[in-house]
Structures are given as structure tokens and as C-alpha cells.
Design a protein around this ligand. Structure first.
Ligand SMILES: [Zn+2]
Length: 76
């Protein structure tokens, strides 16, 4: 009796992979000397946080979100 080859199933929890999608917050550009900062209203603590640019940022309160600039669309 031939036994089937041992198939090793890689049962990784695919359903367990959760991508934490950060919320998008729109900020205002605050121009300073030689550079600019983006001021956003934090969806967690409702305070203003400053960031040096757009993208995924982590607030001082620990919240991670996607910073965008309000009313300004960047075209390639
Ligand atoms: Zn905050």
C-alpha cells in the first residue's frame, strides 16, 4: 500500500492578516521660514498636530493617520 507523500500545508492565517488602514486627515499648510508644516486636527485627541509633510504620520498622541493637504491636488 503506497502511502501518499506528506504534503505540508502551509496554513498561515491569511484571514488573520489585517491591514490597519489609517484614517485620512486633511491639513493646512503652515509656511514657515524656508520650509512648511502641515497642521492637522487629530481624529483621536482633537488637537492640532504639526507634521513636516504629507503621508502616513504618527501623532505625538500615538495615532497614526494619512496626512493630506486640503483643497490642493497634486498632479504628476
Ligand atoms: Zn492626537
Amino acid at each position: 500500500m503506497a502511502q501518499p507523500a506528506v504534503t505540508r500545508e502551509d496554513t498561515r492565517g491569511i484571514q488573520g492578516v489585517l491591514i490597519d488602514v489609517p484614517p485620512t486627515v486633511c491639513g493646512r499648510v503652515l509656511a514657515t521660514r524656508g520650509t512648511f508644516e502641515v497642521v492637522v486636527t487629530c481624529p483621536k485627541c482633537a488637537r492640532l498636530h504639526r507634521h513636516r509633510g504629507v503621508g502616513i504620520r504618527r501623532a505625538p498622541c500615538g495615532r497614526t493617520y494619512l496626512v493630506r493637504i486640503r483643497g490642493k491636488q497634486v498632479r504628476a
